[in-house]
Design a protein around this ligand. Sequence first.
Ligand code: CTP
Length: 403
Amino acid sequence: MPDYTHVIDGLRGRRIVLGVSGGIAAYKSAELTRALGHMGVDVHVVLTEAGARFVTPLTFQALSGNRAWSGFLDEKMEDGMPHIRLGRGMDAILVAPASADFIARLAAGLASDLLSTLCLARDCPLFVAPAMNRQMWENPATQRNVATLQSDGVTILGPAVGEQACGETGPGRMLEPEVLCEELNAFFTPKLLAGRKVVLTAGPTFEAVDPVRGITNASSGKMGYALAAACARAGSEVVLVSGPVALPVPVGVRRIEVTSALQMRDGVFAAVMGVDVFIAVAAVADYRPAEPAVHKIKKSGAAIHLELVPNPDILAEVAALPEAPFCVGFAAESRDLDTFAEEKRRAKRLPMLVGNLIGDGLGGDENTVVIYDEEGRHPLPRAPKTFIARQIVERIARLLPTK
Ligand code: CTP
């Protein structure tokens, strides 16, 4: 695993207590512990007695690398004050899953076990991810308790609506571990783009040849999606105009799904007026078949010729608008990155362009990029696309004219 410690990230180096109360969703907390660990979080798990009946402390201990605590006075406790000691120096407490019973105890301010005592004696933010049967969630008593927690400054994450362990469908599912990580990450990320509106393009385009075939490219959309997520985390309103990719919509992002370059242009122009930033990450096909066949083309054994016509350059059109937003382009080159990237930036009159060499990033989770702007070239160390996205956002925020 490469060393990413040089990159600032919302969660890296944070110390978080993960509280696990009784509920079938506790098995997902094992995955959550792992996911937080991957994001550089020092996770300390505290289980209620009921939570420990679903998943053992040993599992969490193995996954977090820290002792997992349960009940009230754990036998292994040396100094007798774990409810005070554990909570000190923590950046947050996340209770996931939070059962109806645990939420009721929190709302009443009870200190009947180690986890509720820790929550009561805390000096850090508290996040609660409810998980319960839909009728338990909808019950006025639970709703009252949740409202009490909210007015006490507690952040409630979820619940999601969907199929439940009991076979019913409705609200009450715990948010997925990656969504909970994302919510925490967003909380700790400086709101560099607060009050700003951002439109992005991402992914490849698909230019139809006939009803089943087309011209496309190997773009995975990962860089664009990472950047959309980073903009949302930094506090901006985000619209992502996306070509066909197999990626989930990032938290806090509105996605417009398109297929061809022409549809992408329509999607962008429907969203881009009056926004602050436009980031063109998509690998837009430069050409499309002049006349896509209405019916499937049959093979005849003879050579066929495809006439291609140029697609509009979406980025250049947006950059040429009378009140153009701050425009950021991307360029993937196979050689002479500095020369071609800077040429593209000037040709399209962009304040900023992100360049990379094909092979360094296409399709993968990591990339090595150079940012070009009026102040020169700024090479970034090789890192995951999520971290690169964060650094691009920081650069945009620095160069963006104040409102
Ligand atoms: N772009 C766009 N619309 C297009 C083509 C490109 O918005 N029809 C955007 C891309 O999203 C990217 C930048 O323009 O931000 C890339 O510039 P471009 O000069 O088109 O790059 P390439 O297509 O790689 O150019 P070339 O093939 O000439 O190297």
